[in-house]
Design a protein around this ligand. Structure first.
Ligand code: ASP
Length: 448
């Protein structure tokens, strides 16, 4: 049995859903289908999830939202009409939205419920359509499937008890079409995963039903060694390990959500990234181990949007508990951090910009000043992180040297270097305006 997950672009229009239909029909092992909400059909189109978020915002502000609802319904009605499936689905979708809008739920509950409508409707449409192809498909709600999550609106995490329940889905008849992106708490409240979280659902389902393979269908032929928007026609990656993929998707590789790997990894389900528009292509396999003969660096990932909280204090190395106290202050402000490279008398904490607000920054600075008495403290914005990724680094000599040479040749100053002892990646912190230049130079060193 396989789990096939289709991303937003794969279900963006009737034309795309027809391709999904033939992919499912092509392989009877594709028993579990997970779908995203309709995504963009062209570059400046809107994703249905974004429209739903706008609807939630307008409603929360008591503003007129009729036009947004019309826009959303138009997306679905076009798909339903063009696929020639029953209008009942459309009525059900509108009914679900109205129920949420007219409810007395909290703003947060309404937002999560509205956000889920994109995937929920997609799943209903796709299962109806598969039935017209004679495939005996059924829509399965995540509650019925057994996806139980933590009570964190917009940021839910799967709970362990889900897996036992999900296993029972193996007994279900025909093709099960499950909406991605959300689950339910033990109290029955709907919670969404972080944005792009349908990949997470696919992975949870694959782990739960003990699938032989988790196929993640998107709109690219494979994972590339570097962002194709920076380097034209970069090399394709045919195989990589879970750890490598985690590092790559964490730092900017958009093809697969960085939280989606863990369930598949723990259950040892291989993952394959494939293209809905070109399903004959083998895609990229993500597995536990790869051939030691293969090249050691698999990719170069890069991401912007980081700030550096820098604290220095003479004899910091001897002050027991300094690091813990500093991180405690961040915890108290609900700020998560990404990396913490340190020196003898200084410590940098790299934080994603979306974790910070002016108020939080002020609290952090004031508390560090008064409780830790540092010599200097600053928050510096505009950082980018570049990661050179590859498990083979463990046994290879000279990867850091080759990387630093690439930065030097491009005349880029490295502001930070971080490498954990697991040696799956080396991270370089640079100013964000130098990012593309850095990636190009690294690509030339390692791949061309
Ligand atoms: N539709 C959701 C989003 O746009 C989840 C997903 O597509 O994976 O974030």
């Amino acid at each position: 049995m396989k789990v096939a997950k289709f991303g937003g672009s794969s279900v963006a229009s009737s034309e795309q859903i027809k391709k999904v239909g033939s992919i499912i029909a092509d392989d009877p092992e594709r028993k579990f289908v997970v779908v995203s909400a309709p995504g963009k059909r062209f570059s400046d189109d809107s994703k249905v999830t974004d429209l739903l978020i706008e609807l939630a915002e307008l409603t929360a502000q008591n503003k007129n939202s009729d036009y947004k609802l019309t826009e959303i319904m138009k997306r679905f009605s076009e798909i339903v009409e063009e696929l020639q499936i029953s209008q009942t689905v459309l009525n059900e979708i509108e009914q679900s939205i109205q129920t949420i809008l007219n409810s007395e739920w909290s703003e947060q509950m309404k937002t999560d419920a509205l956000k889920s409508i994109g995937e929920d409707s997609s799943a209903k449409i796709v299962s109806e359509y598969l039935n017209t192809l004679g495939l005996n498909a059924q829509y399965v709600n995540p509650k019925e499937a057994g996806i139980i999550v933590s009570n964190e609106p917009g940021n839910a995490q799967v709970l362990q008890e889900s897996y036992e329940q999900l296993y029972n889905m193996r007994k279900m008849d025909g093709v099960c079409v499950i909406p991605g992106f959300f689950g339910y708490t033990n109290d029955g409240e709907l919670m969404t995963f972080p944005r792009g979280g349908s990949d997470i659902t696919g992975s949870i389902v694959a782990a739960g039903v003990q699938a032989a393979l988790y196929e993640n269908f998107t709109d690219v032929d494979s994972v590339y060694v570097v962002d194709p928007r920076v380097i034209e026609n970069p090399e394709e990656v045919t195989k990589l390990t879970y750890k490598e993929m985690r590092e790559l998707s964490y730092s900017g590789f958009g093809v697969f959500h960085d939280e989606a790997l863990m369930p598949a990894f723990r259950a040892e389900i291989p993952v394959c990234i494939k293209n809905t528009n070109n399903p004959a292509k083998p895609g990229t396999m993500i597995v536990s181990e790869k051939d030691p003969e293969t090249r050691c660096v698999v990719g170069i990932a890069a991401d912007t949007g980081f700030s550096n909280l820098y604290v220095s204090k003479y004899l910091m190395n001897r002050e027991i508990g300094f690091g813990r106290k500093l991180l405690q202050i961040l915890e108290d402000e609900s700020i998560s951090f990404e990396h913490a490279p340190s020196g003898i008398d200084n410590m940098s904490v790299i934080i994603r910009d979306d974790q910070l607000t002016a108020e939080k920054e002020l609290n952090v600075i004031n508390r560090i000043n008064s409780e830790l008495n540092p010599d200097t403290i600053s928050i510096d914005y505009g950082f980018a992180m570049v990661m050179v990724v590859g498990e083979g680094m463990m046994s290879a000599v000279g990867i850091a040297e080759k990387s630093t040479a690439a930065f030097a040749e491009a005349n880029i100053s490295i502001e930070m270097i971080n490498q954990g002892s697991s040696e799956v990646s080396v991270m370089f912190g640079i100013r964000k305006d130098k990012l593309d230049l850095a990636v190009k130079s690294l690509y030339n060193k390692f791949f061309s």
